[in-house]
Every structure is written in structure tokens, then in C-alpha cells.
Ligand binder design. Structure first.
Ligand code: C5P
Length: 300
């Protein structure tokens, strides 16, 4: 096999509850991930060494050096297999970079699946999940897709049944936010308030809304403990969220650590209308309609 292509979705967090800061610098989470139909494509081609190149919407913002998560994923897989392998990784980017939609994690998950196939390793899904968890807290979910609750750092996943398709609009912001800096801002705000940080709990009403496919209830119960921190770092996001609510979004939230804003729509037509309203009124410079849940990293 000389070339393998994998398609990997973005995610939004419909519940992101952040526990106290741990000694290892991470936070225990209750993180309800939902995979949505904005995709990066990772092509792995036979090569002597492991390299990456990026094309598409956000390509100028992606590092192509050793910090690139897809390169790190391919290296980790080769190490796991105990041999030296090469691959040219070609990423077609559609997921916003540093946008809170797990774009880097998607590319890492895509590289794992593509190189497993290209190199004929035949490693089982569980092995890929283990390597993924070491690469980053969101990488296992990019492999799995669907809707799932993540605990621990977010890497320990249980799949959640959903009762239908949900329709979304995503408004990427200009420039990204570093996940670490948003968590740090969250800690700073909590320290300043002096309030006790509760242990994160799964929201039962949100679970029911997902299970029955009730978009109205899901919209009313979206929650993100990182939102206040993201808004503090990027105050211009607050009017974008407000504009979405005014245009009938059932819920409006910062996606993960941001700065992408996510809006839950009533149906596909409403999502298209909402995206148009957000851009024509200037509330967002760009807005994309998408649906979820969708499959995780998939060979195409
Ligand atoms: O796991 P990942 O590399 O994606 O995490 C990036 C950063 O986000 C971490 O270095 C940490 O600062 C923060 N983080 C956290 N708690 C988590 C996940 C991430 O504090 N559960």
C-alpha cells in the first residue's frame, strides 16, 4: 500500500466540568465530547522518514516541526511497534487551529490510523487508544467519535447513546487560544474568588436530552467551566454568543477552551439561516453549519 487516507472529525464539548488542579498540572474532568461534521483529512504516503505538510483553510497556523502532533503520533506508533518507519503525512485542514475543536488531536488520531494501515501493523483499536491518551487528553476521543463522556484528564472514555442528529453552527475566531493558558486563567479566576471547586459531576438532564435527541433541552443545559476564562482572555466573544441567542440558537457556548463559538440550532435549515445571520450582521466573520454525532477517525 503506497497511500492511505483517513478522515477525522472536530468536536464540541456539550458539558465540560473542570475539577480542582491536580499535582501533575492537569484537572480531573467530566467532559462530554460530541463529534461534528467538520473534518480534517490525513493522507499517509510511503517515505523514508516521517514528515508533515499542511494545506487548506488554516494551514499557515499549523507548525510542521517536531511539535506537530501528527508527527509525534506517527513517531509514537513506530516506537510502539519497535521499528523505524517513514511516512509523508499530508493534512488537509478544515478544523480551526487552536480553536477548542480538537483540530491537532484530530490530526494525531488520523496519523495513528493511517500509519497503522500504511505500515501494515494491524494494531487493535485498544492499542491505538492507549498511544492516543499519551499524546494528548482529547486524542482518544478523536479516534472514537460519536458522543462520549471523558473522565480523568478526559482520556478515559465511555460512549453515550444519542437519540438523533443535532444541528450546530460554529464561528471560528481570528487567532487561536492555547489550551494550557485557558486552564491557567480558569485556575486564576477560581483562586481570586476563593470558592471551593466542586468535584465534577455528569449532568443527568443533559444525558437525557442527548438520549432522547431533545435539542431544546440540550441547548438549555450546555455548560463549559472554561468559558469564563476564555471570555476573560477574548472579551469580543461575548457579543458573538449573544448574537447567536438573539437569532434563535437553542444554546450558545464557547467550544472547549475556545475561541470558537458553538451554537445549537433547531434543525438543518435553522443552522444554515443562523450561520448566514451571524456573518451578514458581522457578529462572526465566518460561520459553518455542521451536525453531530459523526464517526471518529475513519479510513476512506
Ligand atoms: O492533554 P493536552 O496536551 O491536550 O493538554 C494541554 C494542556 O491543557 C495541559 O498542559 C494542561 O495545562 C491543560 N489540561 C488540564 N487538564 C486537562 C486537560 C488539559 O489542565 N484535563
Amino acid at each position: 500500500m503506497s497511500s492511505v487516507t483517513v478522515r477525522v472529525p472536530a468536536k464540541v464539548n456539550v458539558q465540560l466540568s473542570v475539577g480542582p488542579l491536580r499535582e501533575d498540572g492537569y484537572h480531573d474532568l467530566v467532559n462530554v465530547f460530541h463529534a461534528v461534521s467538520i473534518f480534517d483529512e490525513v493522507v499517509a504516503k510511503e517515505s523514508e522518514s516521517i514528515t508533515v505538510s499542511v494545506s487548506g483553510k488554516w494551514s499557515d497556523q499549523v507548525p510542521v516541526d517536531d511539535t506537530n502532533l501528527a508527527i509525534r503520533a506517527a513517531r509514537a506508533l513506530a516506537k510502539h511497534a519497535g521499528r523505524t518507519y517513514g511516512a509523508d503525512l499530508v493534512i488537509q485542514k478544515d478544523i480551526p487551529v487552536a480553536g477548542g475543536m480538537a483540530g491537532g488531536s484530530a490530526d494525531a488520531a488520523g496519523a495513528l490510523v493511517a500509519c497503522n494501515e500504511l505500515w501494515g501493523l494491524g494494531l487493535p483499536f485498544e492499542d491505538l487508544m492507549e498511544i492516543a491518551g499519551d499524546l494528548g487528553s482529547d486524542v482518544p476521543f478523536s479516534l472514537l467519535g460519536g458522543t462520549a463522556v471523558g473522565t480523568g484528564r478526559g482520556e478515559r472514555l465511555s460512549e453515550l447513546p444519542t437519540g438523533g442528529t443535532f444541528h450546530w453552527v460554529f464561528a471560528p475566531a481570528n487567532g487561536g487560544l492555547s489550551t494550557a493558558s485557558v486552564y491557567a486563567e480558569c485556575d486564576r479566576l477560581r483562586d481570586a474568588s476563593g470558592a471551593q471547586v466542586p468535584w465534577p459531576q455528569l449532568d443527568d438532564t443533559l444525558m437525557e436530552a442527548l438520549g432522547t435527541g431533545d435539542a431544546y433541552s440540550l441547548g438549555a443545559h450546555l455548560s463549559n467551566d472554561l468559558q469564563a476564562a476564555a471570555l476573560n482572555l477574548r472579551p469580543e466573544l461575548a457579543p458573538t454568543l449573544d448574537a447567536g441567542r438573539q437569532h434563535g440558537a437553542l444554546g450558545a457556548i464557547v467550544s472547549g477552551s475556545g475561541p470558537t463559538c458553538a451554537f445549537l440550532a433547531i434543525d438543518a435549515t435553522h443552522a444554515r439561516d443562523l450561520a448566514l445571520s451571524l456573518t451578514t450582521t458581522g457578529a462572526a466573520h465566518t460561520a459553518v453549519a455542521a451536525h453531530g454525532p459523526v464517526h471518529g477517525a475513519t479510513l476512506v
